[in-house]
Write a protein that binds this ligand. Structure first.
Ligand SMILES: [Mg+2]
Ligand SMILES: [Zn+2]
Length: 177
């Protein structure tokens, strides 16, 4: 499967810190158009998201899942099919194998969907998103530099753009047959 892996907070919704209620969940402007464009190019969309707020006790797995169902419903209403969502509930101290930049969520997706790495992409707003992709074997990576707090010159990302709205400017972002 050819997949675009999307981080959630900062890519799909504004990252106001440990977002766990729909009242605080603000979709990034133009995100539905961007997603429809990726789907029209032949990609499936999978969300992979670090959610350490769960293990930190800020919200529960149930809270996450309720918000997730609501988010998926909003995507559906906008005619966007999200293939799957994987989340890591752990903190860095837990030393799990799924918290990005580790590859556990990508490995799980690979087992389930057999990812065609050379034709898949990772999009995130943190360097750890990019590193997770590279560690997994996906070199097509896009860093969304929305909050401009990233040391661009040190990033391993293949492309850096200010917003998801700019993905259509990346001509390489297409399925090669
Ligand atoms: Mg993020
Ligand atoms: Zn984890």
């Amino acid at each position: 499967m050819k997949v675009v892996f999307l981080d959630r907070d900062g890519v799909i919704n504004k990252d106001s810190g440990y977002v766990h209620k729909k009242e605080d969940f603000v979709f990034i402007q133009g995100i539905f158009d961007s997603c429809r464009s990726l789907i029209s190019k032949g990609f499936e969309l999978i969300i992979i998201t670090n959610q350490s707020g769960i293990e930190r006790g800020y919200y529960t797995v149930e809270d996450f899942l309720i918000l997730n169902d609501w988010m998926l419903n909003e995507f559906e209403k906008a005619d966007v099919n999200i293939c799957d969502v994987f989340f890591c509930p752990h903190t860095p101290q837990d030393n799990c194998n799924c918290r990005k930049p580790k590859t556990g969520m990508l490995d799980k997706a690979d087992l389930k969907y057999n990812i065609e790495k050379s034709n898949s992409w990772v999009i995130g707003d943190k360097e750890t998103d990019i590193e997770a992709g590279i560690n997994f074997g996906i070199n097509n990576t896009i860093l969304i530099n929305s909050n401009q707090n990233v040391q661009i010159e040190n990033s391993k990302a293949k492309f850096i753009i200010p917003s998801m709205k700019d993905i259509n400017k990346i001509s390489e972002l297409r399925v090669d047959n």
